[in-house]
Design a protein around this ligand. Sequence first.
Ligand SMILES: [Zn+2]
Length: 289
Amino acid sequence: MNNAEDHENPAHPGRRAFLKGFGAAGAGAVALVAGAEAVDGLLGPEGTPASPSAMAVPVAGPWRPGNGHVDVLWGVDTAQKLVALTFDDGPMPNWTPMVHDVLDAERVKATFFLVGERLAEHARLVHGRMDRHEAGNHTWQHRDLSRLSHDKAVEQLRRAHAAIDRIVGKEPRYLRPPFGHLGGTTLSAAGAFGYDIALWSIKMLEKTYEDDPPRLVDYIVGNTGPGAIVLAHDTGNRDRLVALRNLVPMIRGLRAKGFEFVTLSELMNASQAPPRPPGARARPALRRG
Ligand SMILES: [Zn+2]
């Protein structure tokens, strides 16, 4: 367990340097908390970062003009019953078409965090199917950006961005870093593209409920609140099928509670969060896991 105050701890010089660099980049308090989490995960046994080049934000740029901050969001502050369904790691032939079929039949909008290389190889899977949906950047090769240099992280985002723009016909506005891992270069590379970073507030617990689909449906319908971002995957391990095969009861259950499905950008537009005073903590409690 750690929190933003830990950055004065002299046993964690890497984290302190990271936070200072991060502050210089002008990022918000929410991201500071996320940054502290990520740094901890990469500290070696003696407190040294496993990959120093990926820890610090390269404050010398290259920043795009006018681009001074990156927001990291788990969800959106809104009283409106809006929810953003997100699907990561596709497109792949195994389940992506099935997900599109369900979303089309239920007339649900979603956001797909696409892996660029997979998109380039399976472009036909998304042709004519993304009109209602939003496309986000999930890197070119599903790389852990927190372990890459700024230049390599930028390259991962650049190639995926270009593929999404070319094949889907929409420019991504959000990065979802693979594995949810954040490092300094994750933030600096996102900043170079003007992205915000979209994590999630609730995810499909496929492993937990693989053999009990009704409880997975109850879990999602019962725990999704206004402004939630739901994480699902349209490819991957076979256990993920339990979520994809039960999308219809989840969608209908949430609609019965008054929820409307929107893209991530639409969810952000509904944000009612007041500007944070300088130095304020983001929230008293963050949902973990
Ligand atoms: Zn992923």
